[in-house]
Design a protein around this ligand. Sequence first.
Ligand code: PLP
Length: 498
Amino acid sequence: MFYTSTRDKSIKVTASQAIAQGISEEGGLFVPCELPRFSMEKINSMVSMSYIDRAKTVLKEFLTDFTEEELNYCVEGAYSAEKFSSPAIAPTVNVNGNKNILELWHGPTCAFKDMALQLLPYLMTVSAKKTAEGKTIVILVATSGDTGKAALEGFKDVADTKILVFYPVDGVSPMQKLQMTTQEGQNVAVCAINGNFDDAQSAVKAIFTDAEIKAQLADKNMMFSSANSINWGRLVPQIVYYFSTYCDMISMNKIKAGDEINVVVPTGNFGNILAGYYAKKMGLPIKTLICASNSNNVLTDFLKTGIYDKNRSFYTTTSPSMDILISSNLERLLYHMSGEDDKLVADLMKQLSVNGKYTVSDTLIKDIQSTFNAGFASEDEVNETIKTHFDKFNYLCDTHTAVAVKVYDNYVAETNDDIPTVIDSTASPYKFSKSVLSAVQDGKAPEFDEFEMVDKLYEVTNAAVPAPLANLKNKKIRFNNVCDKKNMSEMVFKLLDL
Ligand SMILES: *Cc1c(COP(=O)(O)O)cnc(C)c1O
């Protein structure tokens, strides 16, 4: 299998080249030239497999330049029992009736990013050995909170790698901030920036493609790569759990092999939902992919009208990992849905960077709408959803998951389409204790410190506290750096000791 670029389809690289490089030279994103097809028989044969074996079955179709030993080493290292608190790795839980929740947060940082970022360092070091022998890979990350911690945890002390993480100074939850500033490891550094996530992401992208900076790194035998979901190695592990939840739905007798399901995804950078789209294209019976946004509803508007316009107010919400106005992975969807029109995609992305806005044709948006539905939830609706789901079903969800649950409830009310559905749950409620506690208690959250908040949430709900969050209490703060977005490249040099 080969990969090409969304902005220049004359490019042809292997999986390991795509993963080691992160982003294509001209700024496009790597996408598979064609997708493997899974028959229903093959999917059915995965029902009795462990998560690790399901992962191997899916990934080997995409990573065709990895040997079987390499793939086994990667997958078994990533999804080991000591790293994930659930033996199912990503369990599917029935809430009531046809409403099921896919819990993607049982990894070491308690957010769904672990599903990909536990595997990515393995994929990247194996890829680098094949394509960039001897170079130190420098991972630059812009994070809205969860990616940063999950990437730090995945890459810490991995030989021949360094990782630098930038987060918006006021844009992450107290727990997320603590997780990052206390990070252990010899090859890690963390810095806050004065700006929002989009500022951090744009600056990181600019540093990546800056020829002068690249040359200076090459001099020191280093190269950049990306752990953001623009990297194919971030997306491909996410395809696995859609197959896995479908298999679990069969085991749970919620569906029979071949039945269609709907999937709802709390969306930010469009990576998670795009992985669901790939699973559908590969033959998994997904009927509709429902894209859920918070008040930063740029994707809802795009999917309803075909106009993408990031020129709008930016809201800091209680679901910070979705506070995003430039959803990078939409570029990949546009490429596939436009019949692989690289010229069109390059032109739309140019319009986006110059005017902050683009419009797609009627035909294109109608095609997209035949697979995708979209909606958004306000802050009040998120709070109300957390409370009612806890009171009625004894299910405690975090703020991001609550966005998806609310958008799904609205979808069913509008369409009466209530076939068996999987809603992605992307974070442990304890990552956002204050917001969740205040929702459960009708807005009454006392001014506790973060750990008292965790204890109080446990007292009120009795939901299990994940050990990695409880253990943070005893860790020392290691990183206090703050910089302006225009000084990020100097900060990169400083943190790398160049
Ligand atoms: C990253 C993240 C999201 C958004 O996922 P995308 O793949 O960027 O769309 C949603 N919820 C949580 C908790 C996250 O960490």
